[in-house]
Write a protein that binds this ligand. Sequence first.
Ligand SMILES: NC(=O)c1ccc[n+]([C@@H]2O[C@H](COP(=O)([O-])OP(=O)(O)OC[C@H]3O[C@@H](n4cnc5c(N)ncnc54)[C@H](O)[C@@H]3O)[C@@H](O)[C@H]2O)c1
Length: 312
Amino acid sequence: MNVVVTGGAGFIGANLCRELALRPSVGEVVALDDLSTGSAANLADTDVELVEGSILDRDLLDSVVARADTVVHLAARPSVPRSLADPFASHEVNATGTMRVLEACRRGNTHLVAASSSSVYGSVTDLPKHEGLPTRPLSPYAASKVATESYVLAHHSAFGLPALVFRFFNVYGPLQQAGHAYAAVVPSFVDAALRGQPLTVFGDGYQVRDFTYVGTVVRVLADAVDRRVTCASPVNLAFGTRISVLELAHHLAKTLELAIEVRHEAPRNGEVRASQADDGLLRSLFTGIRPVPLEQGLAETVRWFRSLMAYA
Ligand SMILES: NC(=O)c1ccc[n+]([C@@H]2O[C@H](COP(=O)([O-])OP(=O)(O)OC[C@H]3O[C@@H](n4cnc5c(N)ncnc54)[C@H](O)[C@@H]3O)[C@@H](O)[C@H]2O)c1
């Protein structure tokens, strides 16, 4: 079985390519990535083929997808703040780009696994979030992910495309980049703590998140590829942990055995107050999965950061 991963040089994508390359059931692994936020270095020392280019390039996309039995579509312009800075750019990659991937898959009836986001629940306050709840996006990024998942599920229903959409929550782990304006909370915290700087918390720090270790996420994705799993509904990919940002800082201080200082800044526009997944549908489709606990995931993440030159 040959697999194409769009966004395969990014954080989740490169972790997934590495996992797929180890599986005996998988032949060729191809990463299609324009390297806008990803990096070729994430795939160093692997047999993964990196094709540098955009999912918006129809001819390139068609030629790459034609080689695949399954496409895992992760390429996107991630981050809520980035979408506030340039909403159209997020729309173009996340919505139009997904449509291009879908049309390429439709030509060969290729199995597709695609990434949506918990941000689609937006202002819906129910916890935990189950897939039957409405979507109420609070940012252009979230709206573009509603488009992503709606188009995928519409292709599943209208054209019988074998497809599955996951809603990722807060994924963290090795290869996730810090040190840029749009970095996610875990790498930002680890980076600051290892540099002896205060951790920046936006708002009061009591906003809660469902953190999922990337190793758990890629095992579920690879299993979905192996078994050609499909579903007519989006599927939450998180396990219902509810951790505040201040609690995360506390866990990190324990992992690092360091005293940590927190500095508060104004809350960020477009951010969801509370996020926690109902994992019932996920567990019914992927029986027996055991998520890596936060303490272990943070320890792995810190180990990876410490292996980088910048923190030596
Ligand atoms: N990390 C999370 O917590 C999280 C949460 C919810 C959803 N997601 C979704 O998961 C997916 C992967 O996110 P990530 O955290 O690995 O981010 P990432 O930025 O590391 O990965 C995205 C990859 O897509 C590539 N890309 C961007 N535009 C492209 C284009 N036009 N053509 C080809 N490649 C392009 C980037 O270079 C990058 O390698 C995204 O769809 C994101 O929206 C992630």
